[in-house]
Structures are given as structure tokens and as C-alpha cells.
Ligand binder design. Structure first.
Ligand code: GLA
Length: 682
């Protein structure tokens, strides 16, 4: 079986005759509508099918028409020759006498023809500072498992827009039948898996969440579902992850396989308290350690009484994207020049979708704020944070104009961290008509994508990070316009081991921003060694989030070596194939490795958790050439080695069959190994 076959197997629409005496029409469906005249069923018949080829991709287009109503569905199923991933989505359009209400409009809704005794659903669920926990449910016969993310903005927290459906017992990293289902969608979404009474049929659904109310679709207007991204594996979860990573690099992320820079972000090192000197000192510090970019986080904007300064902190300024010249008298262009003088690139934090009620924008345009008429406004951070109405093009234009002016003043701007720190708690829009209020959730997400795209196409060289109070925007929808996520506001490496393990199930390592921060950790107060903080952060896109002046000389010297080691392994980590070896959910350590496609280089990580009195674990590698000889060198370790390794290297077969015995000495100990094919083997 292939993902393509699964995607082309059909589509479950409400009311479609089944030919089955007891269940004569499809009730559990992915598409359910209320026609203009109030009728509720669909009877779609295929009216045409064609195949289109463009840019190395093949798209099958299936046209369906209702037997009675002028209602059409066009399904798209897209594949590429260089990865086993399928994108599928639909367009819905009608010519009825009035609006049709979409009660459901899933991107994918089909029975999956796999016979198996058990079906389990793996999902990533969580909350702020505790994102992407791997959770499982078993779908019993006659049952439905459902995952909904309904925040409106920070949707990935509650339930990531993805799942793996596992067929049969004993599915593991390298064995078993698994269907990966993810949505290219930053908005609210749902995923369901349903088994019939005897388990002989498993139906899988994924799409926009419509529990917030049906979407009203006018005649002649096209509703496009988000893309569902499907991967099928008969070799376990690992293959699903690798396929998603490959596809994201090749066909999704704006900068594909480009290496992501080692950067220092100012947030945890300064929060709102900084002067120009604080920032240039940070630049000096990160430059000394080998960093490549400086990113100015929150606190640089707002004017007069609404300045986002040390006094107001998060209470004011959002919506007023003008540099605060009291705090930064020389402006952002000057700061970027200071970075450039030191050989660093410059990045900037923004939060375009939000306003504080204490801002000039909110005061002059109260109608631009999402709110329900006659109800008190629910406010978020600082008791003043509200969400702007991104369904309204005028709001998006205004924000584009403000930020475009800011970016124009920084010609060397190389990176933008796009944050989003509130949910849609006041689901009301003055732009949408009274009877279209439920359209808000979908239209908002489309508005966000449209603005992201506009920024991206005007300055395509800029790398964007999608942040939403941490990992609230960890989804492929955001990754189409951004190149990375901030997976969590929790930078405690112990918690990050779990968060990153979850993130890695679908998203590539280059997209996972991982910063070394101070100890004790600001969120959990946990103390961990600097080496551990580095080793955990080196599993993804390494960066810093501290003030280097608070580091000792020894720490700076350790960091210099670690950054230079990271730069050597970076291409393999950021662009290589991931193999997860030991799960932190099974043992008090996590182990994963990356290998390049040519099997010339690999990197092995062993990250201890709470290990009383030490532990030796034999780690059997994967993804190597069994016949080749590899040098194995521990890096980032100072004098204390964690494995005894033969000086003349090891064969790929030995590394994969016998493994390396890695000894971790106690809590938060860790090891990293740089593995290279020895030259004479080439
Ligand atoms: C959010 C982000 C943080 C930081 C702050 C700034 O919480 O997740 O990384 O940027 O906002 O206010």
C-alpha cells in the first residue's frame, strides 16, 4: 500500500449511499453541508479526472458534482518523485440560490484498508512550557478517537495538527504499519479515527475544526480546505518522521536545506530591561563564542505613555510598531550596523496579530479588535493584550505597512521572530456580517497565512521563526512561510528532551530552535550542567538566550568549543535523517542520531534524565553503511569521556549490531559523538 492509494481511495461525504442494508448512507463524514434550501445530504458523483505535472510534482485532480444540487467538490492529490509524501485538499463551490453552510469540510476523510486487531493513535498534546508530549489512545471497535485544537491562534499546544495512526501490536520506531496525517494549517483543526463495530473498517479524518459553528459559503465563492499531508510506512514511526522531514525541507520550508545560524536571542538575558549598551555587550559576547546572529526580542517599540518600556513591560505598545527612541536613541538600523560590524547578522521580534488596549492603534481603531458586541473584553497578558481582526484586509494592510517601514529601515535584516501571545477568546468580528461570525476561525487563519506570505515574498531572504508563546504554532501551515519554530518557552533542558522528542516526530531538526540558557533555569529553577544544556540544544538549531556577561571565563571557553563542534556537525543535524534510538518515555535517557543521506557522517546523542548512580546503555546505531569503517569521536566533552572507543574506528555493521556502550554518570549527564566514514573507505 502507498499513501497515494490511501489518498485516492475515496472521500466520505454525508448522505452518500453506501450500498449496505443497515447503514444505508454515510453518516460519519468529512464533508457535511446544509444546502440553501435546508436539505442536508450530498450525493457526489465523479464528473472528471485529470493528471497535471508541474515543478517535479504530479497532481491528480478529481471533480465531483452533486446529483441534484449545483454543489461541486474538486479534490487534489499531489505527489513528488523524491519523497513518499502526499498532499491532499479540496475546493468546494456551489451555485445554489443562497449560502450553503459547511458543517464539516475535512481535508482528508477516507477508510484505510488495513486489517488489524488494534488501532492506536499517537498525538502530540500539551500546554504552555510543556508542549508536544507524546500521548496514545487505543481506538476500540465501534469507537472514535478525536483530537481538537481550538485556540484559534496557539493551536499546536492543545493538540498538534498531526497524528500517527498505528495498525497492529508492536509498532515501533523501525517496524509496523503507520499512517502519518498532518495538516498544513495554523488554525483550529480536528483529527478523528473511527473503527466500525467489528474493527474491519478504520476511517481517518483530518481538517478544519468546525465545532465553533458552520462556515457560511456564498454562491460562486471557493472554500479551499487546508492541505492534509499523508505518509504511509510499513517500517514504523521512524520512517514516517524521516519522510516528513525530507518533504518539509524539499517542498515546504522557504529556505529548504539552508543551514540555520547560531544566534543569541535577547529575551531571557534581558527581558524588557535593556539599553543600547546591553545589546551591544550581548553582541560582543555571542560573537566571542562563535555565534552568527543577534536577535532583538520584545521591548523595542511603542511610544510615549504606551511605550513597551521597563515600567509598562507587556502591558502596552503592541500594535504600535515604531522604535522606542527613548530606549534605543540610535534606532534599529544603527543596531543592525553594530551587529554587522561584529560580523553578526541581525534579527527582530514582532507580534503583528496583537494589540494592547493601551496602544495608539487600539485607541484609534477599537473596531479592529476581535470582540463580541455587548460582552466584556477578555484580555490576556498584562491584562491588556487583545487579538486584532485578521479577517479584515484593512487590518492586515495597516500591519503590513507599519512593519514594512520598520524592515525598510534595517536593510540588513536577516531574521524575524513572529510571535503570538494570545488565543481568540473574544470570537467576534465587526468586519464579518452578523450571520458570518463562525467564519472567523477559518478566515483568521487564512488572514495570518496571507500576511506571512506577503512578508515572505517581499523579502524572500529573511528567515522567519514562528513562535506562539513557545510552541503554539508548531505546524506545517506556519512552516510554509517560516523556517523554524520556537518549540517552547521552557528552556529547561530536562523538559526540552521530551518536547524535542515530540517535535521530531513530524518536524525537522533545523526547524527546532533550541537555546542554551542560564542555570538555574528561569522557568523551572532546575540546575543543570552547561554541557547538558549544550548537548540538548545541539539536537536542533543551536542558539543562546542569556547574557554572556553573566558567564564565567570557563563557561565562555566551553561554549566556544561547543559552538565550533556544532558548526562541524550542523549539516548532519539540521539536514540529515533522524533515527530515534531510545525514548525518554521508556528509559531515564533519550538517544537519537542523525545521518547524512550518503551515510558518510552521523551524530549520536545520549541525553540522560534523572539517573540515580549512573547507567550504561548500549546504543545500537542506524542508517550507516555496514561495510564502511567509521571514526567515532566524542565531542563537547572536556576530559570526561562517556565511552571507550577503538582508535582505529568501527565498522558500520558493528556500530549497528553491537553498538556503543555509553556510560552516563548521574542526573543530567550526556554525551555527543561525531561519526565519520574513514577516508580510505570511500
Ligand atoms: C513569548 C515568546 C518568548 C518571548 C516573549 C516576549 O512568550 O514565546 O520567547 O519572545 O513572548 O514577550
Amino acid at each position: 500500500m502507498t499513501a497515494l492509494q490511501i489518498a485516492l481511495a475515496g472521500y466520505l461525504a454525508f448522505g452518500q449511499p453506501t450500498g449496505n442494508y443497515y447503514e444505508a448512507i454515510t453518516k460519519h463524514s468529512g464533508l457535511q453541508v446544509i444546502h440553501a434550501d435546508g436539505a442536508v445530504t450530498l450525493r457526489l458523483r465523479e464528473s472528471g479526472r485529470e493528471e497535471k505535472t508541474a515543478d517535479g510534482a504530479k497532481t491528480v485532480v478529481v471533480r465531483l458534482k452533486d446529483e441534484r444540487y449545483p454543489f461541486e467538490m474538486t479534490r487534489y492529490v499531489k505527489t513528488w518523485g523524491d519523497c513518499d509524501v502526499v498532499e491532499t485538499w479540496s475546493e468546494l463551490k456551489h451555485g445554489e440560490s443562497g449560502p450553503v453552510r459547511l458543517v464539516r469540510a475535512d481535508s482528508f476523510a477516507a477508510p484505510v484498508a488495513v486489517t488489524s486487531e488494534t488501532v492506536r493513535v499517537m498525538a502530540l498534546t500539551g500546554k504552555a512550557c510543556n508542549e508536544a508530549h507524546v500521548s496514545y489512545s487505543t481506538v476500540g471497535n465501534g469507537q472514535i478517537a478525536e483530537l481538537v485544537s481550538s485556540a484559534g491562534t496557539r493551536n499546536a499546544w492543545e493538540a498538534n495538527a498531526s497524528m500517527m495512526v498505528e495498525f497492529g501490536e508492536g509498532v515501533g520506531e523501525e517496524c509496523g504499519k503507520v499512517l502519518g496525517v498532518a495538516l498544513e494549517w495554523p488554525g483550529t483543526s480536528s483529527r478523528r479515527v473511527r473503527r466500525n463495530w467489528d474493527g474491519s473498517v478504520t476511517e481517518v479524518f483530518a481538517g478544519v475544526d468546525m465545532t465553533t459553528g458552520p462556515y457560511t459559503l456564498d454562491p460562486g465563492v471557493t472554500f479551499t480546505t487546508p492541505k492534509a499531508v499523508l505518509v504511509w510506512s510499513e517500517n514504523g514511526r521512524g520512517e514516517i518522521s524521516r519522510q516528513y522531514h525530507r518533504w518539509a525541507h524539499r517542498h515546504l520550508m522557504p529556505h529548504g536545506y539552508d543551514l540555520h545560524p547560531v544566534l543569541l536571542n535577547s529575551w531571557e538575558g534581558a527581558y524588557f530591561s535593556f539599553t543600547e549598551k546591553t545589546l551591544t555587550d550581548m553582541m560582543d559576547g555571542v560573537k566571542e563564542m562563535g555565534g552568527e546572529m543577534f536577535v532583538l526580542d520584545d521591548g523595542w517599540f511603542g511610544r510615549g505613555k504606551h511605550a513597551r518600556d521597563e515600567k509598562n513591560k507587556a502591558k502596552a505598545g503592541l500594535g504600535d510598531w515604531y522604535v522606542n527612541t527613548v530606549k534605543l536613541p540610535h534606532g534599529l538600523g544603527w543596531l543592525a550596523d553594530e551587529a554587522e560590524k561584529r560580523g553578526l547578522k541581525f534579527g527582530l521580534w514582532v507580534e503583528p496579530e496583537m494589540a494592547n488596549t493601551r496602544s495608539w492603534l487600539a485607541e484609534s481603531h477599537p473596531e479592529w479588535i476581535l470582540r463580541e458586541e455587548g460582552r466584556s473584553l477578555i484580555r490576556g497578558r498584562g491584562k491588556t493584550q487583545v487579538v486584532l481582526d485578521f479577517t479584515n484586509p484593512a487590518v492586515r494592510d495597516a500591519l503590513f505597512g507599519q512593519l514594512d517601514a520598520v524592515y525598510s529601515a534595517i536593510p540588513s535584516l536577516a531574521y524575524v521572530k513572529w510571535d503570538c501571545n494570545a488565543n481568540i477568546w473574544n470570537p467576534g468580528s465587526t468586519f464579518l456580517a452578523a450571520d458570518r461570525q463562525p467564519n472567523l476561525w477559518y478566515d483568521y487563519a487564512r488572514g495570518y497565512c496571507e500576511l506571512m506570505e506577503r512578508f515572505q515574498s517581499k523579502r524572500p531572504h529573511i528567515m522567519t521563526q514562528a513562535c506562539a508563546s513557545g510552541g503554539g504554532r508548531m505546524d506545517f501551515g506556519s512552516l510554509r512561510y517560516a523556517d523554524e519554530f520556537w518549540p517552547s518557552d521552557c528552556t529547561d533542558p530536562y523538559r526540552r528532551v521530551f518536547i524535542q522528542w515530540g517535535c521530531s516526530q513530524f518536524y525537522p531538526a533545523s526547524a527546532m530552535a533550541c537555546h542554551v540558557t542560564a542555570s538555574p533555569n528561569h522557568q523551572t529553577k532546575r540546575e543543570t550542567p552547561l554541557k547538558y544544556r549544550f548537548d540538548v540544544a545541539m539536537c536542533g538549531r543551536l542558539g543562546f538566550e542569556l547574557h554572556p556577561k553573566n558567564m564565567t571565563k570557563d563557561e565562555v571557553s566551553f561554549a566556544k568549543t561547543a559552538v565550533s563542534d556544532y558548526k562541524r556537525i550542523r549539516p548532519v543535524v539540521q539536514c540529515g535523517d533522524l533515527y530515534r534510538l531510545v525514548s525518554p518515555y521508556d528509559k531515564p535517557l533519550s538517544s537519537l542520531m542523525y545521518a547524512d543521506e550518503a551515510k558518510n557522517a552521523a551524530v549520536l546523542f545520549a541525553l540522560g534524565l534523572k539517573i540515580d548512580g549512573g547507567r550504561t546503555e548500549v546504543l545500537k546505531l542506524r542508517g550507516l553503511d555496514p561495510k564502511a569503517t567509521y571514526s567515532v569521536k566524542e565531542i563537547n566533552c572536556g576530559a570526561m569521556l562517556h565511552a571507550s572507543l577503538p582508535a582505529d574506528g568501527m565498522t558500520g555493521a558493528d556500530l549497528m549490531e553491537k553498538g556503543i556502550a555509553v556510560s552516563l554518570s548521574g542526573d543530567y549527564d550526556s554525551a555527543v559523538f561525531d561519526i565519520r566514514r574513514m577516508v580510505w573507505d570511500r
